[in-house]
Design a protein around this ligand. Structure first.
Ligand code: A5P
Length: 225
């Protein structure tokens, strides 16, 4: 990845962390951009900020623990005040594809409980139409052939995700099918179809869940809200 994009992630994360307030319940995203947000949050906590956090993955949980960010169990809260997470693609009307890092299920649960869901991204993530990034779809392992066939009947060409030649397993013990639907003209229509497939646990279309996107752009940031 070019150095500029890494800087843009850092700028977006720094800008986003200014939204944090004392006593908030904070969702911690997953991925290379959320990483910088968690680092910023760790710094603020070490300076006395009082928050409790809920991570979207084992990876983010480990990082948060290392930084001394206090964590709480999601089942003890009825809402999350603010979440900082990345995206694989976003449009200017705040629709997203997520799941490139394989954490989409916990990410979507946490986003659904969150009042202010803040997406941070570098400028390569902005698209006019979703779908250049293949849509990650989480399935239970026992149902993957059935789900692949159903996806095909909807026009999606799915591939089971592998990492280092081994089938990728999510934090919830499932597979990911990366699915090429081409450019997605009607994301909400597709989401409705996907939601009806038995064995499909969750998909990476995050529609109407983001409050704003803070995008690094060269040495500045641009906000979409
Ligand atoms: C994790 O499952 C994803 O949803 C990430 O938020 C997304 O893939 C963006 O990751 P990067 O910030 O690493 O690009």
């Amino acid at each position: 990845m070019s150095k500029n994009l890494i800087k843009e992630k850092e700028y977006a994360a720094k800008e986003a962390s200014k939204l944090l307030k004392d006593n908030q319940i904070v969702g911690l995203g997953t991925g290379s951009t959320a990483y910088y947000a968690i680092i910023e949050i760790g710094k603020l906590v070490s300076q006395g900020l009082n928050i409790r956090a809920i991570p979207t993955s084992e990876e983010s949980m480990e990082l948060a623990k290392k930084l001394g960010i206090p964590l709480i169990d999601i089942n003890t809260v009825d809402h999350i005040d603010i979440t900082f997470d990345g995206a694989d693609e976003f449009t200017s009307d705040l629709q997203l594809i997520k799941g490139g890092g394989g954490a989409l299920l916990r990410e979507k649960i946490i986003a659904s409980l969150t009042m202010d869901n803040i997406i941070i991204a570098d400028s390569s993530k902005k698209v006019a139409l979703l779908g250049k990034f293949t849509l990650p779809i989480e399935v239970i392992p026992m149902a993957y052939q059935y789900v692949l066939a159903r996806l095909q009947s909807l026009g999606g060409k799915g591939t089971i995700r592998k990492k280092d030649d081994v089938t990728f397993i999510t934090d919830e013990g499932n597979y990911i099918i990366d699915t090429d639907f081409g450019l997605i003209e009607n994301p909400s229509g597709l989401a409705l179809e996907l939601n009806q497939i038995v064995g499909l646990v969750e998909h990476g279309l995050f529609l109407n869940l983001a409050k704003k996107v803070i995008m690094g752009n060269g040495e500045t940031v641009v906000t979409f809200d």
